[in-house]
Ligand binder design. Structure first.
Ligand SMILES: [Zn+2]
Length: 370
């Protein structure tokens, strides 16, 4: 285990759910913690329990009346008309649920701690899989995200004197909340791969392409070869040229082929390759989670990320304890009724190689406005 590499988790994710029918009705972070421990990859020397972000910390990006409204929603468990209209909370997408304040505030606490750690001398890499809520807005929830931990981590790094920050987001959805917050800052590079046309739904506002913003929308069905092309010809050269002091990577697992909410077809090997490649060029690295709505594919992907960051060799077949954790998961969707065996017995997916579509080849010579 690398001594300069830290995992931040929390027990809050073991029981907290957004509601029975919500895509986040599944366990994610707690399964990753259990799997990593079952593999012997996580012990007390590398694990930190996430602190809860304070109101003042959240207010570095979020409006105080919004923070107060989320706290009130946790107390009352009621969706008032004002909460729905003003803050986009209380309907199907962003429901009122038991830990509506504490859960996202814990994810923010972890990302702030990650920023503090990599701004210091001892820690080079942090994995906080609860982070990555990239749609959150200053005054409202969006796309299952109540607070925006990536933006708050970027601001914390800047408050700690870090000069240049690259943010690389490989979630299936566009990182609209982060891009809108950072695009005018010349010291922050924001890069995103995502499924074309999936998010945001306002197609009249195309994603920016500037000297510090790069968007790589992937066509439906894009797999490992397409993603690798964008990684090697888009993401990596731009990060290297930017010379960041810290890289934050958002690794939503919803671009994987087994995810129910997108139409991309990556294998988890493609994500791991990207994490390893970014790790080689980043002086300091924070890896966040993000989307991911199939409990098996999320757990296997993010566990493999921790293994790659901490320097462990991946077993081709999982040991019995790890396999039992995966076999004990349940999922109310159709695909959960008869899961394929490799969701229980391996971490790595079958590679999703194929031809690189012309639309993807065209992405790596973007028009750059300056
Ligand atoms: Zn997503």
């Amino acid at each position: 285990m690398r001594p300069d590499t830290v995992f931040i988790g929390s027990e809050i994710y073991r029981t907290s759910r957004y509601g029975r029918r919500h895509p986040l009705a599944i366990p994610r972070v707690s399964t990753v913690m259990d799997l990593c421990r079952a593999l012997g990859w996580l012990d007390d020397s590398s694990y930190l329990e996430s602190p809860l972000a304070t109101v003042d910390e959240l207010a570095r990006f979020h409006d105080r009346d919004y923070i107060a409204a989320v706290m009130a929603a946790e107390r009352t468990q009621k969706a008032t008309p004002e909460l729905i209209a003003k803050h986009n909370i209380g309907k199907l997408e962003n429901p009122v649920y038991g830990e509506i304040f504490r859960r996202p505030a814990t994810a923010v606490g972890a990302s702030l701690l990650a920023a503090d750690l990599v701004a210091g001398d001892r820690v080079r890499r942090v994995h906080t899989p609860a982070g990555g809520t990239h749609h959150g807005r200053p005054d409202r929830a969006s796309g299952f995200c109540y607070f925006n931990d990536p933006v708050l981590a970027i601001l914390r790094l800047q408050d700690r004197g870090v000069g240049r920050i690259a943010y690389v987001d490989v979630d299936a959805h566009h990182c609209d909340g982060v891009e809108d917050a950072t695009h005018a800052d010349p010291t922050v590079l924001t890069l995103s791969t995502h499924e074309h046309g999936r998010w945001p739904h306002r197609l009249d506002t195309p994603h920016r392409q500037t000297a510090t913003v790069g968007n790589y929308p992937l066509p439906r069905g894009a797999g490992d070869s397409a993603f690798r092309h964008v990684l090697e010809h888009g993401l990596l050269p731009r990060v290297v040229a930017f010379k960041p002091d810290v890289v934050i990577m958002q690794c939503g697992a919803d671009a994987l082929a087994d995810d129910p909410l997108s139409r991309l077809a990556l294998s988890n090997r493609a994500i791991w390759r990207a994490v390893r490649a970014i790790d080689r060029i980043a002086p300091r690295l924070i890896v966040l989670g993000g989307g991911g709505y199939n409990p098996w594919s999320v757990a296997r992907c993010w566990t493999g990320i921790w293994g790659a960051l901490a320097g462990f060799a991946r077993p081709s077949r999982l040991p019995g304890g790890a396999e039992r954790i995966l076999r004990d998961l349940t999922w109310h969707r159709q695909a959960g009724r008869n899961p394929p065996d490799h969701w229980f017995t391996t971490l790595a997916d079958t590679p999703g190689e194929g031809r690189v579509p012309d639309a993807v080849l065209a992405l790596t010579t973007p028009t750059v406005e300056v």
